[in-house]
Design a protein around this ligand. Structure first.
Ligand code: NDP
Ligand code: 8X3
Length: 270
């Protein structure tokens, strides 16, 4: 017998940005596992070959009830985002859930030594990319009854709530996501569109490898002596939020591993 969550998700089309790794990949898998009978997944990222492998993995695990469309999309490129919806095959265009997950951090430099290209890539991906994706998908939602319906789930961060030294630009991008999300929830109050934010604390993914420009040893040191969250931990929350009864909006979620109490308060075993 199908669970309530499976039934609520059945027949939906889910779009995940940044689905080639970490939280985005886990989110795609978790949606497929939760509602395997009838679901459409549009998985986007820059690494299309990785997305194709993930699409095969999903098919192998849950079977043909879940249709997966891998699409190469750089969210930091406004013209790619503009053409995105029209480029989708018609059967994948009626999106019900947008998970704005694509994002990254570069470096730990402090002002005035932050590289221009790092500032640009963080803002154009985490902020402008997320806003452009949202603007591309909202018209689909707004055509529906009662002023519109559909879900927007933005992946923020503890870094958007509490700034820390060496993270000024990344923290600023995540704070911007928080303001945009809150404003949108207010703007869309006369519709049935749900606007939600999920803010993870420390999660072990490729995030720190990207932060340290590919230096795996530096990335591993971030997680030494503690047990970070896994991307599956966050995926479970994203899917839970999307699968609530339509009148329930899990507006804001903050998720820490047990050893973390704030952006810079971590207990590490020596
Ligand atoms: P990963 O590095 O594992 O995944 C990041 C994903 O974003 C990849 O799939 C990457 O795909 C995609 N991405 C990056 N730039 C672009 C782009 N320009 N266009 C499209 N996709 C892009 O990290 P996480 O899974 O940890 O990160 C996912 C989200 O979670 C991010 O928004 C991050 O800020 C947030 N987060 C992470 C935390 C952590 O501790 N890990 C904590 C709090 C929030 P590709 O390279 O193929 O384009
Ligand atoms: C990722 C968490 O604290 O490394 O958003 O910035 S943190």
């Amino acid at each position: 017998m199908a669970t309530a969550m499976a039934k609520r998700l059945e027949g939906k089309t889910i779009l995940v940005t940044g689905a080639s790794s970490g939280i985005g990949k886990s989110t795609a898998m978790e949606f497929a596992r939760t509602s395997p009978k009838s679901l459409k997944l549009v998985l986007t990222a820059r690494r299309i070959d990785t997305l194709k492998v993930i699409a095969e993995e999903i098919k192998e695990e849950v079977g043909s009830g879940v249709q997966v469309l891998p699409v190469k999309l750089d969210v930091s490129n406004p013209s790619e985002v503009k053409g995105f919806v029209d480029s989708l095959p018609a059967q994948f265009r009626d999106i019900d859930v947008l998970v704005n997950n694509a994002g990254l951090v570069k470096g730990t430099a402090k002002a005035p030594d932050i590289a221009d290209e790092d500032i640009d890539v963080m803002f154009s991906t985490n902020v402008t990319g997320l806003i452009n994706m949202t603007q591309a998908i909202l018209p689909i939602y707004k055509k529906r009854e009662d002023g519109g319906r559909g879900d927007i789930i933005n992946i923020g961060s503890i870094a958007g709530r509490e700034a820390y030294p060496g993270g000024s630009i990344y923290c600023a991008t995540k704070a911007a996501i928080r303001s945009f999300t809150d404003a949108m929830r207010r703007e869309l109050i006369a519709t049935r569109i749900r606007v939600m934010e999920v803010d993870p604390g420390q999660v072990e993914t490729e995030f720190s490898v990207v932060r340290f420009y590919g230096d795996k040893a530096k990335a591993d040191a971030v997680y030494a002596g503690c047990e970070p969250l896994t991307p599956d931990d966050i995926a479970e929350v994203v899917v839970f939020n999307a699968a609530r009864r339509e009148n329930v909006v899990v507006a804001d979620t903050l998720i820490f591993p047990n050893h973390q109490a704030a952006a810079t308060v971590m207990h590490k075993k020596s």
